[in-house]
Ligand binder design. Structure first.
Ligand SMILES: *Cc1c(COP(=O)(O)O)cnc(C)c1O
Length: 409
């Protein structure tokens, strides 16, 4: 069973012997659910009542006019509960946990968004919940830690290594090995050992299914291009999957950070990315690693894209030429976010703004008969601390200073 889960030469399941039965159990639960005709409708009904689905496809008339090229539509994953597409994945896995009869969930989180989403799911389903988070991230992301704890989750600051996301992943696996009978590991993106990349993509495919029907209805045709940002790759897999068998160009946009030639970025698939193929964290893909296979530090203005690996399914789509991968720099992203707020009154997350930035580079040269969809994977108003920093807003700094004084008085 363990040789399954390869896409081209990427993916697989490089897991410790002791977890083999647990992975088999998960794979079986997933296969059974996927084959059960009542499962997807149950999932859709849950997402409708809990997370406001279907999310709209919003025509962006002002941006369309501004660039004078293709007609722009925006898929509104920002309107999900907790403000991003992450809800699709965690709620889907929650249903599987119930089917497996487990009572406890664990998760890793970097910026804290996946931790918050998992904690909401655990509260809703009545599961015990433990979130592993690097000590550095716990300090940086107090608002998210605050919400996780309010929802009853135990947040464990990880003090190993660089005390960030990759160390939190290692700790979560360590917990799973000890508690696998009661516990499910809710992995946050379309990465990790099989069946996670396929399973997470399956739940996220709700984005693409809706978007395809909506664009046919609203634009009267399929889109020419679909843009999505790529961290681990789950929102991209979600919207791409709706158009996989169509003549639609799929464009994934990675974090260009300060530029691909500076080493300070998180691009693994875009041309010029200094990544290489390796096996880490239980799967095979392109990683940002040094010659000894040590994972490198990554950088992005968007914490959710700041990851060393990438979905093996996206690596496969690149290898087969089905998808194209680009990168947008921090500066381009902040500019794209400003323009989108000003023109449409929408507030895409800094992650999502990567997809906008790349689309904005290409729109003017497209025809007015063309249609594009940009996936707005999440919203930025919850990230006001990061966004205000990115905009370098002086009155915001003054506000924070005044708050700090209020507490120290
Ligand atoms: C977490 C996150 C991402 C990155 O994750 P993917 O798995 O690549 O989708 C992108 N956008 C938002 C808003 C996020 O919260």
């Amino acid at each position: 069973m363990r040789n399954r889960g390869y896409f081209s030469d990427f993916g697989g399941a490089y897991v410790p012997e002791i977890l083999t039965a647990t992975f088999d159990e998960l794979e079986a639960a997933f296969d059974t659910a996927r084959d059960d005709p009542s499962f997807w409708p149950e999932y859709e009904a849950l997402m409708a009542s809990y997370s406001g689905r279907a999310t709209p496809l919003t025509p962006a008339e002002n941006l369309t006019e501004h660039f004078g090229g293709a007609r722009v539509f925006i898929k509104r994953e920002d309107l999900n509960h907790t403000g991003a597409h992450k809800a699709n994945n965690v709620m889907g896995q929650g249903l599987l946990v119930k089917r497996m009869g487990k009572t406890r969930v664990i998760a890793e989180t970097g910026a804290g968004q996946h931790g918050v989403a998992t904690a909401t799911m655990a509260a809703k389903f009545g599961f015990e919940c433990t979130i592993y988070m690097g000590e550095v991230d716990v300090a940086r992301q107090r608002p998210n830690v605050f919400w996780m704890e309010r929802m009853g989750a135990t947040v464990i600051p990880v003090t190993e290594g660089s005390r960030t996301l990759k160390d939190a992943i290692n700790e979560a696996f360590r917990d799973w090995v000890t508690n696998m009978d009661s516990t499910h590991y809710v992995l946050g993106t379309a990465c990790g050992p099989h069946p996670f990349p396929e399973m997470v993509s399956y739940f996220q495919s709700i984005i693409g299914k809706e978007a395809r029907a909506q664009v046919l209805q609203q634009a009267g045709k399929l889109p020419d291009r679909v843009y999505a940002c790529v961290g681990g790759g789950s929102n991209a897999m979600g919207i791409f999957s709706g158009f996989m068998d169509d003549q639609v160009e799929l464009v994934g946009v990675e974090a260009g950070g300060h530029g691909l030639d500076t080493g300070m970025h998180a691009s693994r698939l875009a041309e010029g990315a200094d990544s290489s193929v390796g096996v880490a964290q239980g799967y095979k893909t392109f990683f940002l690693q040094d010659d000894d296979g040590q994972m490198r530090e990554t950088h992005s203005v968007a914490a959710g894209l700041d990851y060393v690996g990438v979905s093996p399914i996206l690596a496969h789509l690149q290898a087969t030429g089905r998808a194209r991968f680009e990168s947008a720099t921090d500066a381009e992203v902040v500019e794209a976010l400003s323009l989108t707020i000003r023109k449409e009154g929408l507030i895409p997350a800094l992650e999502s703004s990567h997809a906008f930035a790349q689309a904005f580079k290409e729109l003017p040269e497209m025809s007015t008969d063309d249609v594009v969809i940009i996936n707005q994977s999440g919203r930025a108003d919850k990230d006001i601390f990061t966004v205000a920093d990115a905009f370098d807003d002086p009155s915001w700094r003054e506000f924070i200073r005044a708050k700090a004084e209020q507490y120290s008085a």
